[in-house]
Design a protein around this ligand. Sequence first.
Ligand SMILES: [Zn+2]
Length: 474
Amino acid sequence: MQIKASVPAPEAQAQPAAATKVVLAGKLFDPYTLELLENQAITICNDSGMILEVTPFSNNGNDFASFDGEVIDLRHLTVLPGFVDTHVHFFLHPYAETSWDDQLTKESIVERTIRATVHAKSTLMAGFTAVRDLGTEGAGDADIALRKCLSGPGAIIPGPRYFCATRAIAPTGSYGPKSSLYVNKEGIDGVTGVEVADGCQECVKTIRRQIGAGADWIKIYADYRVRSRVSEVSRRVGAASMATFDYDELRAMISTAHSYGVKVAAHATNRKTITYLLSSGVDSIEHGYDMTAPDTTAVELLEEYAGLKTKYVPTLAAYYTMTQGQGEIWDHAVNTFKAALELDVGNIACGGDTGVFAHGGNALELSLMVRLGADWKKVLRWATLGGWECIRSRTWEGKVGETRLAQVGDLKEDPRIVGDNEVPFGVVRRGFIADLIATPGNFAADFEGAVSAESIQFVMKGGRIYKRDGLPLV
Ligand SMILES: [Zn+2]
C-alpha cells in the first residue's frame, strides 16, 4: 500500500517555534538564601528544559509585551522548585486500605504496577517533581521498567523524576512476609519483601547484581523486628528493633555500592546501628526514631556527618498515620526530630515513607515538621534543595561528600544528552532544570494549606507544564 507523504503547510514552515518561554513569578522561593523574592522572571529553554536566567521584572505588565515566546503569568502565585519526596514506595498503597501482608501476597505484580502508575501521576500533580523509591516490597524489579515508562525520551505516562532501588536487602529470617504454616521458610508463595543476602561475599554479589539490574540506589534494612515471631509470648522481644547485618557485611555493601557511584539508604532506628552506619559512610538514615535513647549523642553525630552529606529522613508522616499520633514509637520519633531541631541539624531531607499513606498526600511530612516546631523556610529548603542534595549521585572515584554535579550552577549540559535523572533540580536558578510548582498560599499564616495537593495550582517538570490553574493537563 502506498502511503502519501504529508507535506507541512508553507505557513507552518515559515514560523519557527520560539526558543524560550518565561514564567513570571509574583514571589519566588530560594532554598539557598531562604528568601521569598518578589517579581522574578524565569526564562526556560524549550529544547532542554533548563533555566537560562532568573531576573527581577517591574510589575507593570509591559516588560514582556514584545517577548516572542510563551509568557506564563504566575504573578498572583508563589513559585517554588518542585518538591522532592526522598522516601516513597510506588508499589504500596495505604495500609489502611489493604495490609502490607495482603498487598504482597494477594495482589499480582500486574495490579501493583498499574497502581504504581496511578501513584506516579498523583504524586506529580501534588507538586512533587522528583522521588526516590526505596524498594518495591515484593514486586521484584518492576521499578526499573516503571522508570523507563516515566522518564527519558520514551516516557509514556506522567510522573516525577524517578530514582529507584529495586529490592531492599536484608539477611535470612529478618523480614516478611512470614508464613504461618512454614515457619522456617523465607517468604510466602515465593514472594519475599526483600532480597535476602548473608555473609560479605553474598552481600557484595547482591549489590553488584542490583546495580547491574539498573538500581539508582541501594536500600538496606540495617535493623528490624527480627524476632517478631516470639511476640505472642514475649512482646518486648518481638517488638524490639535489632541489628540485622553484622558490621563487616554493612561495610562491604556500602563500599561496593560507592565504588560504582551508587548511594546507600539504610532503614535504621537504633542509636547503635546508626552510629556504625554513619562511620561506614552510609548516605541516608531512614526513620532513625530511636536516636535519642538514652541520650542525644547519635543525633549529635548526625550533625557531625552533615559535612559528609549523610541525610536524615525522619519519615514522620508514616509514623503519624500508622499511630494516629499516639504511643511510644510516635513519641520517640517526635523526640528525635525535636532533638535534631534543637541541635540545628541541617542535613535533613523530606521523605514520608509515602505509600504507607496515600500517594499525593506527600506534603504531610512537611506539615508535621512545621507542627513540631521547625521553621517553615527550612522545611521548604529540606523539601527542595535537601532532596536534590540527597538524591544526586556520588563520584564513582569514591570521593566522600563530592558529587559529579557539585558545580550545578555552572552546568551547561543538555539534559537530552545527560539524561532525565542526571540534571540538577531542587533550586530555581540558572543551570538547574525547570521543575517548578506554584501555590496561592501564605506559608507563614497557613503552611499546611499552602503546600497541600489541592493548593498546588501549577506544575512544570523539565520545562513542560503538567498542571495549570489547578487542573491536570495530562
Ligand atoms: Zn520505606
